[in-house]
Every structure is written in C-alpha cells, then in structure tokens.
Ligand binder design. Structure first.
Ligand SMILES: NC(=O)c1ccc[n+]([C@@H]2O[C@H](COP(=O)([O-])OP(=O)(O)OC[C@H]3O[C@@H](n4cnc5c(N)ncnc54)[C@H](O)[C@@H]3O)[C@@H](O)[C@H]2O)c1
Length: 398
C-alpha cells in the first residue's frame, strides 16, 4: 500500500522532525499537537532546518514547497480524518499513549496504521485499548529524525505482516535503514543493546572506581565513541527522563511481566533510576537544559566538555566494555535481535565507529569473561546477577 497522507501526533523534538522527513518524501502531513505554541515553534524549526538543507543542496523541493505539504492543527479529529498512517510522538507516558491511540482509531479511516515512536514502552501495552491491534506497530526514530539513518521497528504479538511491510516500505521511501526488534521487551533492540554500557559507567562512578571525567576519557579516547556516557546523560537530560520512564514500565509490568525477562537487569536499572538519577533530577542537575549536570553548561548552552586525554590511561576499557558486551549478548541469546542487527544499531543509532561485537577481538573473549567473573564476585547487592556471563559469550570463549 502506498502511503500518501500521514499524521504525526505531538510536534515536539521528535514529532516535528518526523513530519519534516515525511513531507520531504512528498507526503501530505498533518502535524497535530494539543499546544498551539508547540505547533508554532515546530513550524519555525522545520523552516530553519529546511533552509539549512536547501543551502547544502540536500533537498529537491524548495523549503516553501515542503512546508506547504505540512498542515499544523490542534484538532485531533480534523488532523487524522483522511490519513492512512499515524505516528504518535507525544510524551513517554503509557496511559497517555494507550488512550490517545484508542481515540485516534475512532477518528481515523478504518485500516489506518497506528505507529508509536515510544523509546521503550511496550507496544502490546500501548495497543491495549485499540480494537485493531494488528495495525499497531513500534516505529522508533532516532534523534534528530532528519539526520539519523536508522528507524527501529517493533512488532507486538498481534502486529500483522502487511502492517510491518507497509512500515518498512515507508522507511525505505524516507531513505532510512531499519532493524526489526523481534521481541517486545523493555528498550527493544537498539537502546537495550546499549544500556548495559550506561549501567556500568554509572556503577563504576558510584563505586568510586573512577570519576565521570575519567570514564568519559576512556570512552572518547580509547573506545572511540563520539561521547562519553556522562556527556550523553547531560546532553539528553536522561536523569529527568529515565525515572519517569521507569514509572510507566512498572505499570506495564503488572500486565505484561515478560516485558522484562531479565530481573537482575531490572534491579540494576531501577536502583540507578531511583537512587541516583531521580536525586540528580530533583537537585536540578539535569545537564544542558538546567545548566549543570555531571559537567557545567553556562547559559544552558551545549558546550562539549573539555576532558584531558591523559585520564584515559587510568582505566582499562575492558572494564566498561565487558558488561556492555554481556548486556548486548543478552539481546541475541533472548531472541530480540541478531548479532548483525545489534551491530548495525550501535553504528547507525548511536554513531559507534563499529558494531559492539566487533570490539570482542580487541579485548579478547577470555579477558572479557574473566572481567565479568571478577566483577560478579565484587558486585554490590543491586548488581547481583548483572555480570552473570551470557551463554553467547560463554560459547564464544569455549
Ligand atoms: N527525544 C528523543 O531523543 C527521543 C528519541 C526517540 C524517541 N523518543 C520518544 O518520542 C516521544 C516524544 O518525545 P519528544 O522528545 O519529542 O517529546 P517532547 O516533549 O519534545 O514533545 C512531545 C509533544 O507532545 C505533545 N502532546 C502531549 N500530549 C498530547 C496530546 N494528548 N495530543 C497531542 N499532542 C500532545 C506536547 O505538547 C509536546 O509538544 C516520546 O515517546 C519519546 O520517548 C524521544
């Protein structure tokens, strides 16, 4: 089915970018938000972005022609009346998303595909109040949608094959690459494969093995990632977002306990969210947006933190990478995605110079497994089980 008319719900950071990509691909777009101010700001940001792209010769049409295909409205019924595909990008709140999609189903033409740009909430739970559950699909864009190459697709247990195919075709039309998360689990495939790296950075900082600057130096200068984890937490405002997301996840787990099949992972993440990130958030240490996080940002402006290179020699990178690899291996062992798709996600979603499993020969599988075993012995209670060697790594070592 060729999709010519789509609606994007929520015109914030992600929604305005998704709407712009669709219009650049020639589609007619309704960009819907409950806030008129958000819509006005979105139109301005899309205009600025299109101007920049035009100056670089990266769009075929004029910015005016592209913008002319986007109608902004705060009237939901009017916005979805004649569309074939909807992508919701409203706040990351399970009840909001669940109720909104059910409302949209009642207003949009029969058969309209309902996509959700959730970062990590269950697609089954989001489709909970929709009647045609086979038409609901996760369509997880990366930030900023105009520039990032990857869209992650997530099926629920009910999503049907035509819905999946239409969504994949749409991504191709937008010039995007895709990975498909094969299971509806917390954080899906791309972010799930990466989150072990985040947990380990925070665990090492908390245990005072190294401070945030040292760990970021290792990540930047020795592992070669674009940003250290603490830089990234500051950049994205994650200490605000993550505790809120956890509240929705706890709600979801009451109905779908298998949304998180690794209880020790849940313990580790929940401990950090409740004991560390929520506290930082309450103290206003959210990062760039508050002016201070792990690093200072005078005037709330992003400035790449200055991190001395020599700090990188203090810690062996395998200390960070062994737990990260173990958590990424969990995705493969538990059928969320293949080694190839995990690798592709790390490169295209997070700008890693190579796939995470491509680092295995750099450190050596024996060294990785030994590091995990040593960490398991010394782990505090909240990290119990987090370092248990995944069967995939054990197999590679054998
Ligand atoms: N920010 C990211 O890097 C990122 C990346 C991938 C996915 N996501 C996901 O995308 C979604 C949106 O995130 P964001 O960062 O763009 O949020 P945002 O806060 O920038 O924008 C959300 C918008 O939704 C609007 N909204 C809220 N309730 C609404 C309703 N009932 N009807 C219409 N509009 C409504 C708000 O007015 C706001 O403009 C979330 O689910 C988030 O987890 C975010």
């Amino acid at each position: 089915m060729s999709i010519e008319k789509i609606a994007v719900l929520g015109s914030g950071l992600m929604g305005h970018g998704i709407a712009q990509v669709a219009a650049m691909a020639g589609q007619t777009v309704s960009l819907i938000d409950k806030s008129e101010d958000a819509l006005a700001f979105a139109r301005q940001k899309m205009g600025d972005s299109l101007k920049r792209l035009a100056e670089k010769g990266r769009i075929k049409d004029t910015p005016e022609a592209v913008l002319g295909r986007i109608r902004t409205t705060s009237n939901l019924a009017d916005g979805v009346r004649d569309v074939q595909f909807v992508v919701e990008a409203v706040f990351e709140d399970i009840n909001l998303k669940r109720n909104l999609l059910a409302e949209v189903e009642g207003l949009a033409p029969k058969g309209t595909i309902l996509g959700t740009n959730t970062s990590g909430l269950s697609i089954r739970a989001i489709s909970g109040k929709v009647r045609a559950k086979e038409k609901v699909i996760g369509m997880h864009w990366m930030n900023p949608p105009q520039l990032m190459k990857l869209v992650e697709i997530i099926k629920s247990d009910k999503t049907d094959a035509p819905t999946l195919q239409t969504t994949l075709d749409l991504c191709t039309r937008y010039g995007k690459e895709t990975v498909i998360a094969q299971r509806d689990v917390w954080f899906f495939l791309a972010a799930r494969a990466r989150v072990g790296f985040s947990i380990e950075n925070c665990a090492m900082q908390l245990a005072k093995v190294a401070d945030h600057q040292t760990l970021d130096a290792v990540t930047r200068y020795r592992i070669g990632l674009p940003m250290g984890e603490f830089e990234l937490l500051d950049f994205t405002g994650a200490v605000d977002i993550r505790p809120k997301g956890l509240a929705s996840v706890e709600d979801i787990l009451k109905d779908y306990p298998d949304f998180e099949p690794w209880p020790e992972f849940r313990n580790a993440y929940s401990y950090l969210a409740k004991e560390v990130w929520a506290d930082m958030s309450a103290k206003g240490l959210s990062g760039v947006k508050s002016g201070q996080g792990f690093y200072p940002y005078p005037g709330r402006k992003y400035l790449k933190p200055d991190i001395p290179k020599e700090l990188a020699d203090k810690i062996d990178p395998v200390q960070l990478m062994a737990p990260a690899l173990n958590a990424a291996a969990w995705c493969v062992t538990n059928g969320v995605g293949s080694v190839e798709d995990v690798n592709k996600s790390m490169r295209l979603a997070f700008g890693w110079p190579k796939g995470i499993f491509d680092f295995v020969p750099d450190y050596g599988i024996k060294n990785i497994v030994d590091t995990l075993n040593a960490k398991a012995k010394a782990a505090p209670k909240w990290l119990d089980g987090f370092y248990r060697v995944d069967p995939l790594l054990a197999k590679w070592k054998a």
